[in-house]
Design a protein around this ligand. Structure first.
Ligand SMILES: *Cc1c(COP(=O)(O)O)cnc(C)c1O
Length: 480
């Protein structure tokens, strides 16, 4: 087969055999798919040799670019030893070393990796101190292989923790509107993005909901400069009445990512931590999207000196090389599961690829790169460039809001800038912009009317500027 025949075959076979995620396949089949064969730095190449700047880091995972030598080498070295061995009844060196390094990193992010101050443990305030959850830093690592399973683990862990402590009524969770925690049924139950989640309503367990801290479209009709975080007060109303039923609050710290890059007002996360401590509820921080430098610090919780009881990490953990996730827990939670076997306190959960050595080796290499290349320090001036160019885009006629936290950015398109009237979702405005950008060599994937920009943390200033020029032009083309 000649190269052109081979390309044609791939295109046809894709349509014939592959069912793509989050994709209306009828539309997909009507078009020619872009098939990627190679990557280098922040670029990806298709079968015809066309290069695209990867503006969303292969869906938020690829933080150091493609073909990063240190990660390539780490996986190759590990491949020379063993590719996989189970964690059920055995252990393996990369999984142990990574667990140790991750715990050192969350406990002392400054010393291990970044120039920022260490976690300050938030002390519970007010109320009867005997009712508080004892608060300590994260000390244990539970492995799984994607963000959704990391969340499933967190939910089951929180639920069972209270059972072991004799609290039989804590059978529910509180989550936020516009939250996204993954696609498995437990994760969907704590989700709040109607367009993804409504279809599965009858299958989901019931949860308590709190408003999304979304200043541009506040559910409570408040102005975020004067409201004193009214959405957190609303959460407190629910916690006050239902804390005996709630095992945990689950939250995407600082940025509700898949919900549309919604950035919480300063102080919101800290207030949620305070409320959880006050009402004897665990705090699950789902840092699957925000973790590993995305927000400018290693973990988003650091921005407000918040220590969660459980933390979920995935996406950036292996630099976008291998599927891997972890759920971190405090010593307090871990010890509640200890006992004689017959007491049935064991955490009955585990996956075939738990603690995969190749993935753990890749993740160890990534943590080394953060240290050696001072990734977070170098991100600061790049974030300044991003913010400056975003400001420039915010003046466009159909741009309602631009927002970013570090290297997570969203541009919200609106039909009417004065009234903030959104484009109807069927208009697919985000997709139109993405199409224009793709035709000019930049790959992005929108969330409804929100243009998402999540380039690799390692992107050069020059490529960052180039991406933003293309995106600005694409917005102008799509809306004129
Ligand atoms: C992507 C994401 C998940 C789900 O991760 P998968 O690896 O896609 O299952 C969970 N939580 C958050 C915050 C995410 O952004």
């Amino acid at each position: 087969m000649g190269i052109l025949d081979k390309n044609r075959h791939l295109e046809e076979a894709d349509k014939k055999y592959v069912w793509h995620p989050f994709t209306q396949m009828q539309e997909w089949e009507a078009e020619t798919p872009i098939i990627i064969t190679e990557g280098q730095d922040c670029f990806i190449k298709d079968i015809y040799g066309r290069w695209y700047l990867d503006g969303v880091s292969s869906l938020w995972v690829n933080i150091f670019g493609h073909r990063k030598k240190e990660i390539d080498d780490a996986i190759r070295d590990q491949l020379g030893k063993i590719a996989h061995s189970t964690m059920l009844g055995l252990s393996n060196a990369p999984a142990i070393e990574l667990a140790e390094k991750l715990i050192r990193t969350v406990q002392k992010p400054d010393e291990a990796l970044s120039p920022h101050p260490p976690f300050v443990k938030v002390r519970p305030e007010g109320g009867d101190s005997t009712r508080f959850t004892p608060h300590a830093s994260l000390t244990k690592v539970f492995y799984s292989d994607n963000g959704s399973t990391a969340v499933e683990v967190a939910l089951k862990m929180a639920f069972q923790y209270w059972k072991h402590r004799g609290f039989t009524g804590k059978n529910s969770f509180l989550s936020l509107n516009n939250a996204y925690h993954g696609d498995t049924l437990g994760a969907v139950s704590v989700g709040g993005v109607d367009i993804f989640h409504n279809a599965f309503g009858p299958l989901l367990f019931k949860t308590f909901k709190a408003p999304s801290p979304y200043w541009y479209r506040c559910e409570l009709g408040e102005d975020c400069t004067t409201c004193g975080i009214a959405c957190a007060k609303k959460m407190e109303d629910t916690l006050r009445h239902h804390h005996e039923e709630i095992a945990a609050v689950i939250i995407e710290p600082l940025v509700q990512a898949a919900g549309g890059m919604i950035i919480a007002p300063q102080g919101y996360l800290r207030e949620v931590r305070r409320l959880c401590s006050k009402y004897n509820i665990l705090l699950i921080a789902d840092e699957v999207a925000t973790g590993f430098g995305r927000t400018g610090k290693m973990f988003a919780c650091e921005h407000e000196d918040v220590a969660p009881d459980i933390m979920c990490l995935s996406k950036g953990i292996t630099g976008g090389y291998m599927p891997l996730a972890v759920t971190l827990a405090t010593e307090e939670i871990y010890t509640a599961f200890l006992g004689e076997f017959r007491e049935l306190k064991t955490f009955f959960h585990g996956h075939s690829y738990t603690g995969n050595p190749l993935a753990c080796a890749a993740a160890l290499a990534c943590l080394d790169i953060f240290e050696k290349e001072e990734t977070l320090k170098k991100l600061l001036p790049k974030t300044d460039i991003l913010e400056e160019k975003l400001k420039n885009i915010s003046g466009l006629a159909h741009v309602g809001d631009v927002r970013n936290k570090g290297f997570m950015a969203g541009i919200e398109m609106v039909k009417n800038k004065e009234t903030r009237e959104p484009y109807a979702w069927e208009d697919k405005m985000g997709w139109k912009v993405a199409r224009h950008a793709r035709n000019n060599g930049v790959f992005i994937r929108p969330l409804g009317n929100v243009i998402v920009l999540m380039p690799p943390l390692s992107i050069s200033n020059e490529n960052l500027v180039r991406m933003l020029v293309v995106v600005k032009d694409a917005i102008i083309s799509a809306t004129s």
